[in-house]
Design a protein around this ligand. Structure first.
Ligand code: AMP
Ligand code: ZN
Length: 114
């Protein structure tokens, strides 16, 4: 997708601190971290948001969650715990319209959701 910042990271047009990749998923450090571990996990396929998931493409959710499991292990937070967050749409604060999950950890996370 033209003008998608995360597609540009996938294509190597924009640098990123990649921590994990396979043939369907890539993960990199968030440029503006809000926790000691803050990783963005994205599918290589451009899917704008959760609203654009279909029966055909929803397999990427499995890929993303299995990647999260591996990344958490690699970062040493698998046992301590971590949070996976997806923002869908304007009210949720989605700013990059290439579906992604935030993996947050390395600190005791608060209960706040708004
Ligand atoms: P969201 O608000 O859920 O759309 O989250 C987008 C996230 O992408 C934010 O936490 C940004 O800090 C992060 N982000 C934006 N551009 C980049 C980039 N070039 N490299 C790494 N993270 C980025
Ligand atoms: Zn994209």
């Amino acid at each position: 997708m033209d003008n998608c910042i995360f597609c540009k990271i996938i294509n190597g047009q924009i640098p990123a601190a990649v921590v994990y990749e396979d043939d369907r998923v890539i993960a990199f450090k968030d440029i503006n971290p809000v926790a000691p571990v803050h990783i963005i996990i994205i599918p290589r396929e451009h899917i704008a948001s959760v609203n654009d998931l279909t029966v055909e493409n929803a397999g990427v959710l499995t890929d993303i969650f299995l990647a999260a499991q591996k990344i958490a292990e690699k970062m040493g937070i698998a046992d301590k715990g971590y949070r996976l967050i997806n923002n869908c749409g304007a009210d949720a604060g989605q700013t990059v319209f290439h579906m992604h999950f935030h993996l947050l950890g390395g600190i005791v996370l608060g209960p706040k959701i708004i």
